[in-house]
Write a protein that binds this ligand. Structure first.
Ligand code: FAD
Ligand code: EPU
Length: 338
């Protein structure tokens, strides 16, 4: 089959911010062969960007080049002792995959229910929520090397996972296209209620011995209360990462702000809550032209109606400046800017 290259396409349906930016070209990838065809045509020598569900990107202008949209589907599993190795294609929707696993009694990703996006993007920023991170269940992934046209396997250690980071965001940024991910899940669940809000919801719901489905349901409920639904209010989840600072700087901040939320990290470091820092700067629920800051979570920037990507970017710059001026901490964006 010939490559189907669509021209002059609006990306509005393809990013959760709902930004109406255009791309010169769009190619949907439903099977791995398409990547080889794209390679043979020399398209990877031009400007291109790999898109999953567009839930962690901000288009600040029209895209000059090729958007390669990963849409391949399929899930397979193999049981070995107490574990199950589940392989999903890049275009599978993450939350559907989570529920597929729950229905098959495969445990380990239930705390990450309702994170938007695709399986293929899950290793890129080592997605995480409610007490767990992807790295704890990642086994391997297959990726297409856009420089050589070959497929390669990445093992866990190759990926250099850390908080909201991996080799696919750093050294190999933009080079490898993840085509499938294999997760190592458990047949005997280890229920994780370490994130405080889960415990309190369990008590409220009078659930004593929660199943993995209960955990996913409760996490989804908490998420819906805090985060705007991208189908009604454009957003990309946390716009910034939570900053990790040295113990020395943290102790100084603590003198001025005794109630500052903080989480201990290895290597004498401390993680702060960016949402709290932004709220202290007075931004929670504020409007900024057509952009704004979500009323229930100051870490989430929103498209109130018809914001441009530039408007949302300008708001993020203003927030960075205000947080630097008040706390001396420079927030880093989690969202990928284009
Ligand atoms: P995209 O936004 O399309 O792409 C993100 C990055 O990954 C880009 O750099 C892109 O080039 C790259 N990429 C995508 N697919 C591939 C591939 N197959 N191969 C190589 N590179 C690829 N994230 C969390 O970690 N935890 C949360 O709790 C969370 N909550 C969110 C809540 C909301 C309401 C929203 C909108 C977002 C949230 N996010 C969260 C962010 C987002 O869901 C994740 O980053 C998700 O993994 C992005 O998936 P995607 O398919 O939409 O990727
Ligand atoms: N907080 C405020 N004001 C706010 C928002 C938060 O004071 O407006 C305080 C809260 O009271 C709490 C602390 O900040 O003490 C942490 O808040 P929350 O539990 O909502 O989590 P978060 O740190 O804001 C992170 C992730 C989310 C993930 C949740 C749950 C990052 C950048 N964000 O948010 O991930 O879902 O924890 O695990 O690490 C994402 O990456 O897009 C994302 C949504």
């Amino acid at each position: 089959m010939e490559l189907n290259i669509q021209s002059n396409i609006s990306l509005k349906p393809f990013n959760t911010f709902g930004i109406d930016a255009e791309t010169n070209f769009l190619i949907e990838v439903n099977e791995n062969e398409t990547l080889t065809k794209i390679f043979k045509k020399g398209i990877f020598k031009e400007n291109f960007f790999v898109l999953g569900a567009g839930s962690n990107v901000l288009f600040t202008k029209a895209f000059e080049g090729y958007i390669i949209r990963m849409n391949s589907k399929g899930i397979q599993s193999r049981i070995e002792g107490d574990h199950v190795y589940v392989t999903a294609q890049a275009g599978e929707i993450w939350n559907d995959f989570v529920w597929y696993c729950i229905h098959h009694s495969y445990a380990g990703i239930e705390n990450m229910a309702l994170i938007p996006g695709t399986v293929g993007a899950s290793p890129v920023q080592n997605i995480g929520a409610y007490g767990t991170e992807l790295m704890y269940v990642f086994h391997t992934c297959e990726a297409f090397d856009t420089q050589t046209g070959e497929f390669t396997t990445f093992k866990k250690d190759d990926c250099k996972f850390s908080y909201r980071d991996s080799i696919f965001k750093s050294k190999f940024k933009g080079r490898f296209i993840i085509t499938e991910v294999t997760y190592k899940l458990n047949l005997s669940p280890a229920i994780n209620t370490s994130y405080g809000a889960i415990e309190s919801e369990l008590v409220k719901e009078k659930i004593v011995n929660p199943s993995i489905a209960d955990i996913a349901t409760i996490v989804s409920k908490i998420r819906v209360e805090k985060l705007p639904d991208p189908s009604t209010v454009g957003n990309a989840g946390s716009f910034f990462k939570n900053p990790i600072i040295s113990l020395h700087i943290f102790k100084k901040l603590l003198e001025h702000y005794p109630s500052i939320p903080h989480y201990p990290m290895p290597n004498d470091e401390t993680k702060l809550a960016a949402g709290w820092l932004i709220e202290q700067c007075g931004w929670k629920g504020k409007e900024y032209g057509q952009a704004g800051v979500w009323k229930n979570q100051a870490l989430v920037l929103i498209n109130r109606q018809n914001a441009t990507g530039q408007e949302i970017y300008n708001l993020s710059e203003q927030i960075i400046t205000d947080v630097v001026n008040k706390f001396g901490i420079r927030l880093e964006r989690e969202v990928n800017l284009l």
